[in-house]
Write a protein that binds this ligand. Structure first.
Ligand SMILES: [Ca+2]
Ligand SMILES: [Ca+2]
Ligand SMILES: [Ca+2]
Ligand SMILES: [Zn+2]
Length: 318
């Protein structure tokens, strides 16, 4: 756990609240309520099977059902509150809560291929790791690939987004909640990749991780999505981020205050796009939109704050 930087925040208010209200419901954390059977809806919605990369197609298969998100956010709130309370119990006078602000995340890389298809080079994987590290460096996280395995399995290769997911991951997954498993394969259905959220870990530890279309890695054939930012985007989900267009123009949107609201996914690189009357142009340069890899280059401070908090709540030392 000491590989993660820890931020100590004083919470005097909670100390006071405890004195006033007592401390008898501290460890009542509800189980994570995200449903782990995530991918059926998307499969049904996919109209275009081929060609793979067409505009206004659903590029990312990560589950964003609004009901599940609302439940997950409730769970997140409860756990954060409980963590603060627990900090009080551990040292009433210290009155502190801890949060990771960054750290080294170990990566287990799994190449799933089918004969001559998908057995990508180690150089391509190394380039993907470089892209990931560049994207997250500002925000305190780095990714250390500690193993790479290769599996020749046509069923897994073509079924890694759907029927073969569970078998593939059960066989290959390694590590614990704060370790990242990345799989490359052919997710099909026009999907460049998908990820599991931090809050899903407890329910399905072996399904945790990121799945990427092999050709989305740097130098692959999936232009304009072949510069490695699908990897960045999916790891963003794995760190607890939603799409910038989540929820449209109203409500909590993506639960990040410094990313402007966006009515729908943006494609290409539509500078000046402004789909919500609320302040700010659409965040088309953000890694959590659907724009071309050459267009997206940033996370925000608000997203980092959410990643830190999600990582601490659901992954750190778990
Ligand atoms: Ca951070
Ligand atoms: Ca926002
Ligand atoms: Ca706007
Ligand atoms: Zn996504």
């Amino acid at each position: 756990m000491n590989k993660f930087r820890i931020f100590i925040a004083t919470t005097t208010f909670f100390a006071l609240a405890l004195v006033l209200f007592g401390i008898n419901h501290i460890s009542n954390a509800k189980p994570a309520s995200i449903v782990d059977k995530q991918f059926e809806i998307v499969d049904k919605q996919s109209e275009k099977i081929e060609p793979v990369l067409v505009k206004s197609e659903k590029l990312c298969g990560t589950d964003h059902d609004p009901v599940k998100i609302a439940e997950a956010e409730e769970d997140f709130k409860t756990r954060k509150a409980n963590a603060r309370t627990q900090a009080e119990v551990n040292g009433l006078e210290a009155a502190s809560a801890t949060s990771a602000t960054g750290g080294v995340i170990n990566v287990y890389f799994h190449v799933v291929y089918s004969g001559t298809k998908g057995n990508i080079s180690d150089a391509m994987i190394a380039d993907q790791m470089t892209i990931l590290n560049q994207a997250f460096a500002t925000w305190g996280y780095s990714f250390n690939r500690i193993s790479t395995d290769r599996t020749n399995n046509t069923t897994w290769y073509n079924g890694c987004y759907g029927s073969a997911e569970r078998k593939m991951k059960s066989a290959l997954h390694q590590g614990t909640a704060d370790d990242l498993n990345i799989y490359t394969c052919n997710p099909s259905n026009g999907i460049l990749g998908y990820a599991t959220f931090p809050s899903s870990y407890t329910r399905s530890p072996s399904l945790d991780g990121v799945v990427l279309l092999d050709q989305s890695l740097p130098g692959g054939t999936a232009a304009p999505y072949n510069e490695g930012d699908t990897g960045t985007h999916e790891v963003g989900h794995w760190m607890g981020l939603y799409h910038t267009f989540q929820g449209g123009c109203t409500g909590s949107g993506d639960y990040v205050s410094d990313t402007p609201f966006e009515a729908s996914a943006a494609y290409g690189c539509p500078q000046g796009r402004d789909t919500c009357t609320t302040t700010g142009f659409d965040p088309i340069e953000n890694f959590m939109d659907y724009t071309d890899n050459s267009c997206m280059f940033q996370f925000t401070g608000g997203q980092d704050e959410r990643m830190d908090s999600q990582f601490t709540t659901y992954r750190l030392g778990k």
